[in-house]
Design a protein around this ligand. Structure first.
Ligand SMILES: C[S@@+](CC[C@H](N)C(=O)[O-])C[C@H]1O[C@@H](n2cnc3c(N)ncnc32)[C@H](O)[C@@H]1O
Length: 236
């Protein structure tokens, strides 16, 4: 539930205020559950052993439902979220995604789900992702485009809708232009392919009625609001 305190947009203390919501699929982070399920379909099959999946801005560890076979390492600034993700089996590390507490080339997979639109130094975060990807490793991401339609849909409208982002969680000034993101990855030898996604209209209508079933994310031709992407670091 929303607390009485009104925070600035993108103030990470909001995640402390909402800590009880992480694992309520119909709650304030409902859309993160839907996005996480869609993101999980893009993970390379785990081969077992000690392959590391690094989950940037892991929050309450929602990806833990899908990370079997990997050593799932979560990095986040919010201690309350890390505590919850650790209860789900995530190896939780407190840190800033712009300065990852991880060795070079240590990750088989890096997941950046709904984090890139929260950072002020995007080039530093992309550089850090590419630094920890081992040759041939995969990055999976989803984020929000820096368009008027995204701002209107996800801030003006969706913050007031069930299943929408919690009010003030986003600062639209930090939304991410896909071409810029792709160019930043390209600087580090990672070609990022991106496509748009949106909630299934039928699923969302049912969600409004009963708040029971999850909403599937489906692909769209337009990347103008929310988009997903996958890239691979060049093998040596
Ligand atoms: C929208 S939530 C996404 C959580 C998770 N990735 C998911 O999809 O369920 C954003 C998370 O990023 C964290 N975060 C925001 N800025 C960060 C930063 N600079 N470094 C590390 N974590 C950050 C927040 O604490 C929060 O847990």
């Amino acid at each position: 539930m929303q607390r009485a305190v009104v925070r600035d947009r993108n103030d990470t203390r909001q995640y402390d205020d909402l800590a009880d919501e992480w694992w309520r699929p119909e709650g304030a982070f409902a859309a993160l559950h839907w996005l996480c399920a869609g993101r999980a379909e893009l993970l390379p099959p785990a081969v077992g052993g000690d392959d590391v999946l690094v989950d940037l801005g892991c929050g309450g560890g929602l990806l833990a439902n899908y990370s079997a076979g990997y050593v799932h390492v979560g990095v986040d600034v919010t201690m309350s979220a890390l505590t919850i993700s650790a209860e789900r089996g995530v190896q939780a590390l407190q840190g800033d995604v712009g300065r990852l507490p991880l060795r070079d080339a240590s990750a088989a997979v890096v997941v950046a789900g709904e984090i890139l639109e929260h950072v002020s130094d995007l080039p530093a975060v992309v550089a850090e992702i590419c630094r920890i990807l081992r040759p041939g490793a995969t990055v999976v991401m989803d984020t929000i485009n820096a368009t008027r339609i995204a701002r209107f849909t996800l801030v003006t409208v969706a913050e007031r809708l069930p299943g929408g982002p919690p009010p003030r969680i986003h600062d639209p000034e930090l939304f991410v232009v896909p071409e810029r993101l792709q160019a930043l990855f390209e600087l580090h030898g990672v070609r990022l392919e991106v496509w748009g996604i949106r909630p299934s209209v039928g699923d969302y209508a049912r969600f409004l009625l009963d708040r029971q079933r999850p909403v599937r994310m489906v692909r769209t031709r337009s990347v103008s609001i929310v988009y997903q992407g996958v890239g691979t670091r060049e093998p040596r």
